[in-house]
Design a protein around this ligand. Sequence first.
Ligand SMILES: [Zn+2]
Length: 185
Amino acid sequence: MENSFVLPGDVVGSAEEFIPGDCTYVKGGVIYATTAGLLNIDEKNKQASVIPKTNAPAKLCQGDIVVGEVIDMKESLVIVSLAFKKGYEDRPISDEEATIHISNVRNSYVKDLRQMFSVRDILKAKIVDEKQLRLSTGDEDLGVIKAYCNRCLTGLVKKDGKLVCPSCANTETRKMSSYYGLGVV
Ligand SMILES: [Zn+2]
């Protein structure tokens, strides 16, 4: 029964066994779902509840494509705040922070991570380790999809393989996705 999908009126458990939780009601000793969603049995608290479909967090698995924002940079690690999983744009995600190790940035050696990413960059990446939430941007379609000028915060424009600031003419480099600036994921 755990993690099964239920519809309004479906039996989710017995009131003898479980406490009715969110999105459920009890009638004649039986707990029913009031909404469509995922059944959630909390064994510890003996509670049966239903997570409405649209609020059920999208599970993150190896190979999934995610989009997020660079929030911090370490010497060999990029910290990414995840926004959504591709194909599940309207759903929240359960874990919100992931990392990209310098060895997973591209298919060739990276000497300086700061030539590849910058805080505030929006990037597209693939999950390579779902437990520790490690990401890779090695593939051509992966990497930065939107970046901002480090001097004046204007959105950078792709020009001859480089990123140029249309406002102050500053040029910067990134590990860019082939989708950079296209507004599509
Ligand atoms: Zn600028």
